[in-house]
Design a protein around this ligand. Sequence first.
Ligand code: TYD
Length: 209
Amino acid sequence: MNRGIFITMEGPDGSGKSTQIELLKEYLEGAGYDVLITREPGGNRISEAIREIILNSEYTEMSPVTEMMLYASARAQLIAEVIGPAIESGKAVISDRFVDSSLVYQGMARGLGVETVYEINKVAIGEYMPQLTIMLDLPAEVGISRKKDQKELDRMELESLEFHKKVAAGYREMAQRFPERIKSIDATLPIEEIYGIIKGSVEGLLGSK
Ligand code: TYD
C-alpha cells in the first residue's frame, strides 16, 4: 500500500486556517484520498487532556520549558495514535498546527531557541515530518482582533500584542528558512485566491490514486 501524505496548516491565531482546511479536504477527496483532519494540541483523548492544562488561562505560572514539553507530549501521542497509523494506511492527513507552532511560539516568541525546541520535538515526531506546510500570514493585530470578537480567550491568546508580533515575525522567518517545505500565503487575500494557491502547492504531492 502507498504511504499517505502529510500536510500541516499554520498561522497566527485567527488567520482562517479552518476554512482552508475544509476546502483542502474536499480537494484531496476529489483526488481520491481518504482524508483525516486533526488538530494540535489535541486530536485524541490524552492530547486533549494535555490541551486542557496548556491552555487553561488560570495557569499563568507555567514555565516556558513546561509549556514546550507539554506541547511535545501532546504531539507524541497524536503521532503514535493517529497521524502515524493514518499515513501508514495511505491516508492524506491535514493537521491544524504541528511542529512549526512549537518552533515559532516556544522557540522564537518564548525565546527557548528553535534548535532546542526542534531537538525535543524530534523525539516526539520521529520520521513524521510534514511534506508540505501552508502558513497563513497575517499581521498580529488583525489576528488578535478577529479572535477577541469570538469567545473567552485561552492562556496563549491572553499573551501581549508584542508576543503575537513575535509569532507573526517568527512564521515569516521559518518560511524563509525552509522554502522547500513551507508555503507562506497572505491571509488577507480572498478565500478563493488562497485556496487556489494551496491547490497549486498540493498538486505536486499527489500520487496516482
Ligand atoms: P487553538 O485554539 O487550537 O489555536 P488556533 O485556533 O489559534 O489554531 O490553540 C492553540 C494555541 O496553542 C495557539 O495559541 C497556538 C499555541 N501553540 C503553541 O504555542 N505551540 C504549539 O506547539 C502548538 C501546537 C500550539
